[in-house]
Design a protein. Structure first.
Length: 389
């Protein structure tokens, strides 16, 4: 394919609310990419000469979510690959969260939207990659490789009233719309959550707060229908809460002092009249092990620490998974024995270094869960809570 930005373009972070220092790169109609019929492109973004540690993010203009493509230390050239949806005018948007950096963008391939081909999964590219995970860019996989699998929206159980664990999936990130301002109430759609869901177990990560304060998340205006989390000034803080949802949406309200960035990740949900009940416990190690990239390990999760032994009391377990990469990037899935890996992000595995993730696994036969990594890795899994039936 070809380089979209032929020369180094300077990219700066937004300076205030409403400021837009993004780059909009035209990716269709160039090189081997058609002008029409393109759903997404595989791009390589290179950050050069950045004056602060930063993350470069990309998205389709108008989209409510973005993906991190490059994590770059200060004064260092770094690059990463990502699959980015394309807007109707054939562009993608690129932003940096801190400082200023030079940017170059190469298009490595594209994904047809199905309007001009019968095979919607076809990838026209010299390099195939798996879908980008939330924590780190995914490295190109060796050819031949299967077509990438898009995480599926979980289906509601026929009985409509049980907990559905989906691993961990990015539902919303405020960076594309700007920080939530003091006193603002923002209604957002949680990606991947079905409209039938009535409550969801989520992690809420707050960062870049101008002052300490609080956030409420749920259905604002209904006093009993909103969870509260504390916001720390200039600190990143993650909380696990149960929130009521309506039509796949939730409201986020900031108190009168802080402006804050917010990320919501969905761990699971419940539909129907039942109330989703979650309980935190003192962290208890479940397993410390190595994965070779092809094996599946089964372990009993009920009866560990403060988790009840009786399966009728436990629908799922909340896990903190720490992985240490051994040369390749991938994901570690946790799911019910007798169930299935739902294809969500689950725990991230970086090529090197440690990565911590919070995920939820439904409990299956005999109170067991299955653990499977797509690449070789070391892993430590702790139980930090459970979902009540």
């Amino acid at each position: 394919m070809e380089k979209v930005l032929e020369t180094r373009c300077r990219l700066q972070q937004d300076r205030w609310k409403g400021d837009s220092r993004r780059l909009f790169a035209k990716v269709t109609g160039q090189g081997g990419v058609p002008e029409t019929g393109v759903a997404a492109v595989l791009v390589r973004v290179t950050a050069m000469g950045n004056n602060a540690p930063t993350t470069i993010r990309a998205w389709a203009p108008g989209s409510s979510s973005s993906v991190p493509v490059v994590r770059a230390p200060m004064n260092s050239d770094s690059s990463g690959d990502a699959i980015i949806p394309v807007s109707q005018n054939g562009t993608i948007a690129i932003a940096t969260i801190a400082g200023a950096t030079d940017i170059a963008v190469d298009v490595l391939g594209y994904y047809p939207d199905g309007s001009e081909t019968e095979n919607k999964a076809e990838v026209v590219s010299d390099t195939l990659v798996a879908p980008l995970s939330e924590f780190e860019p995914v490295a190109p996989a060796p050819a031949p490789a299967p077509a990438p699998v898009t995480p599926a929206v979980p289906e509601v159980s026929p009985d409509g009233d049980r907990f559905i664990g989906i691993g961990s999936e990015l539902g919303y990130e405020s960076i594309t719309q700007g920080a939530i301002q003091p006193g603002e109430v923002r209604t957002v759609t949680l990606t991947g959550l079905p409209i039938e869901a009535t409550s969801a177990l989520v992690t809420i990560t707050t960062s870049e707060a101008t002052k300490k304060g609080k956030l409420r998340i749920g259905q604002i205006g209904e006093k009993v229908n909103a969870a509260k989390v504390k916001v720390r000034k200039n600190k990143t803080r993650t909380s696990i809460v149960v929130v009521p949802v309506s039509g796949g949406t939730v409201q986020i309200a900031a108190s009168k002092k802080p402006s804050v960035q917010v990320k919501v990740e969905i761990l699971g949900y419940r539909a129907g009249g039942g109330v989703l009940g979650a309980r935190g416990i003192t962290a208890e190690r479940l397993i410390k092990t190595k994965f070779d990239g092809v094996e599946v390990k089964v372990i009993r999760a009920t009866g560990v620490g403060s988790v009840p032994k009786k399966m009728k009391k436990v629908a799922g377990v909340i896990l903190r998974i720490t992985t240490k990469g051994r040369g390749a990037e991938g994901r570690l899935a946790a799911y019910a024995v007798g169930g299935a890996d739902r294809g969500t992000r689950s725990a991230s595995v970086a090529a090197s270094g440690s990565t911590a993730s919070i995920v939820v696994a439904e409990v299956g036969d005999k109170g067991q869960i299955a653990l499977a990594s797509s690449v070789p890795t070391k892993a430590i899994v702790h139980v930090i809570g459970y979902i009540r039936r």
